[in-house]
Design a protein around this ligand. Structure first.
Ligand code: UDP
Ligand code: MG
Length: 320
């Protein structure tokens, strides 16, 4: 099927070492894809020659486009900027360091043509990453799988294809703290995966340190779960029950075995333990409400319509 446009979105931050190879691989890929292609590079405030290189390329080759951010906003913001600029019927998100091999895009597009709106690439093997990175990453996905009500697929990075319908839903989410791959899982639609072998970086070195990764993980947890808020509620309830029992015990002690007790100890203990229990409990209750306010403040759409049939005849011709 032709007449379709496929957009590629690649965030770029100081990747001058890989760009020539990347461009060559992208050109190969474009030749193999039976569709109109635009490749959007989002320059996330690079301080090396990436910007000059890419803007030159965008001037000379109509398949390539260049978006420059005003400073380094981070990969999540850069991807969002690219997704907003994309005009394709489907958009493929990809890292610029060739860890996501471009030829896998052919499989993604094939699945899209079968009718899936979100096709993510699942890494079955990861090269060139440290054990620590693999272990922390696996722990993180386990944790978020437990505490979040939506399923964020395992072993899946940002490398994926998103159909226009799912993309528009994503773009309608105005939240400030963006965890793009979580949000793209949240929008739903028919989702599927294709396996791939994640390669080592072609050149240069990772832009992420553990501080940046921890920040991303924290933002993901808070955006997709209010479990941290609820913890206070449960801890508070547990402490209150224990404090109540302890209070009864201390009162009994004071009544029946008064002679071996320090004056005032019983009353102090009862008051302190009871109050701290109540305190935590109320903090937890407040937490639940703050959680609600937080959910409201995010102003996410309440639902997303996947398809419409038979409403507007003019629109029907656009249906695939
Ligand atoms: N990146 C970005 N802004 C940043 C950091 C990274 O746009 O602040 C880009 C980077 O150029 C690459 C992608 O995001 O295309 C993934 O970054 P990296 O390869 O450093 O991460 P890793 O693969 O180690 O998780
Ligand atoms: Mg990388």
């Amino acid at each position: 099927m032709s007449g379709e446009t496929i957009s590629f979105v690649l965030p770029v931050y100081n990747e001058e070492a890989v760009l020539p190879l990347l461009i060559a691989r992208m050109k190969d890929l474009i030749a193999k894809l039976d569709a109109e292609v635009e490749v959007i590079f989002v320059d996330d405030g690079s301080t090396d020659s990436s910007g000059v290189f890419l803007s030159q390329l965008a001037k000379s080759d109509p398949a390539f486009r260049y978006v420059a951010l005003s400073r380094n906003f981070g990969q999540q913001a850069a991807m969002t900027a690219g997704l907003e600029a994309a005009r394709g019927d489907a958009v493929i998100l990809m890292d610029a360091d060739l860890q996501d091999p471009p030829h896998v895009a052919l499989d993604l597009v094939a699945k899209w043509r079968e009718g899936y709106e979100v096709v993510y690439a699942r890494r079955i093997k990861r090269d060139g990453e440290t054990i620590v990175k693999k272990v922390t990453s696996s722990l993180f996905y386990r944790l978020i799988g437990h505490v979040s009500s939506i399923e964020i697929p395992r072993d899946v990075g940002d490398f994926r294809l998103v159909d226009r319908a799912a993309l528009d839903a994503f773009l309608a989410m105005p939240e400030q703290n963006r965890f793009v791959r979580g949000m793209l899982a949240w929008v739903g639609f028919r989702q599927t995966a294709v396996p791939y072998h994640r390669e080592a970086r072609a050149a240069g070195k990772t832009q992420y340190n553990y501080r940046k990764l921890a920040k991303l993980a924290g933002s993901a947890l808070v955006s997709f779960s209010d479990v941290p808020l609820r913890v206070a509620l449960w801890v508070g309830a547990a402490v209150s029950v224990v404090a109540m029992m302890f209070g009864l015990y201390v009162i009994a002690l004071g009544l029946f075995w008064r002679e071996n007790m320090v004056e005032g100890w019983a009353s102090t203990m009862v008051v302190v333990s009871f109050l701290s229990g109540v305190n935590l409990l109320m903090t937890g209750v407040v937490g639940v409400y703050v959680g609600r306010i937080y959910a409201e403040a995010k102003k996410r759409p309440l639902f997303i319509v996947a398809r419409k049939v038979g409403f507007d005849r003019a629109e029907a011709t656009q249906d695939r």
